[in-house]
Write a protein that binds this ligand. Sequence first.
Ligand SMILES: Cc1cc2nc3c(=O)[nH]c(=O)nc-3n(C[C@H](O)[C@H](O)[C@H](O)COP(=O)(O)OP(=O)(O)OC[C@H]3O[C@@H](n4cnc5c(N)ncnc54)[C@H](O)[C@@H]3O)c2cc1C
Ligand code: FES
Length: 270
Amino acid sequence: MQRNHNHTTIVTVEKVINETPTVRTLVFSDEVMSQALPGQFAMVWIPGINELPMSIMISEESGKTAFTVRKHGSASTGLFNIEEGQQIGVRGPYGNSFDVKEGNLLLVGGGTGLVPMMRLLTFVKPTDNVTVLIGAKSKDEVFFEDLANSLLKNNSHKIIVSTDDGSYGEKGYVTDLVEKLVSENPYDGVYVCGPEIMMHKTVLAANSKNIFVQASLERMMKCGVGICGSCCIGEDLVCKDGTIFDGNHLSQNKEFGIFHRNKAGILENY
Ligand SMILES: Cc1cc2nc3c(=O)[nH]c(=O)nc-3n(C[C@H](O)[C@H](O)[C@H](O)COP(=O)(O)OP(=O)(O)OC[C@H]3O[C@@H](n4cnc5c(N)ncnc54)[C@H](O)[C@@H]3O)c2cc1C
Ligand code: FES
């Protein structure tokens, strides 16, 4: 029987990988989630705590998939603390997916914004020339550099890490590098996921050069399926109309990069 993706499926976490002191990847078996398109997300039920939206991560084993979570508040810490053998609930996959261009590609990920970028890397063609920019606060918080290198072993590629404090890779904000790279290279596609200020600057830089760009947005999500409105940004519902939006569309959105809504739905400045 075909699975209803709006029903929660209970899965058992089979492996926990420590990526950094605050980031872990939880691997589990799920055929449906393992075939998610790049950029899709799931609603993840953490028993006794809450449900959170999470980007669907890849796994190196077929039929398996994962979530990569950063420990922050109550629900993300609950998920971070899940141990091998414990269960979580998943529904989805939800949302649209990246429009995968061919040629010269730039992927920009900040923190757990790298998760959809890793799945996107599994969709690039061997002929594509791919640059991945990894942004992190410090050396301790850099992850997926080796994974990106291994996923791109058959491509002409470059992985550039930048840390805010300069403790590893280039020093400074990843967006400074984006602006430089975008002004020097004729990219066929730019993809970004991470803090909204970072996405906003990346979109502005690519738009100014008429380069195709897509950003994967994050908002408060309660239903994940377009009913509750908690994820709205201007006229758009991030869960249903996105999470991925083109740069041209975002340039018309008066909230992108400026406001988000808190848990009560009230607009707050970034
Ligand atoms: C599409 C999408 C993909 C995401 N992918 C990832 C990922 O791969 N890895 C990752 O670490 N984080 C991801 N996030 C962010 C994640 O969903 C949480 O927002 C973040 O972990 C903060 O949760 P918290 O428990 O630390 O909440 P706090 O900021 O401390 O908030 C307290 C409580 O508010 C609720 N809450 C917080 N954020 C949300 C939310 N976005 N929607 C609904 N309720 C919320 C929870 O009950 C939470 O415990 C994603 C968000 C979106 C929208
Ligand atoms: S999360 Fe409910 S409408 Fe988007």
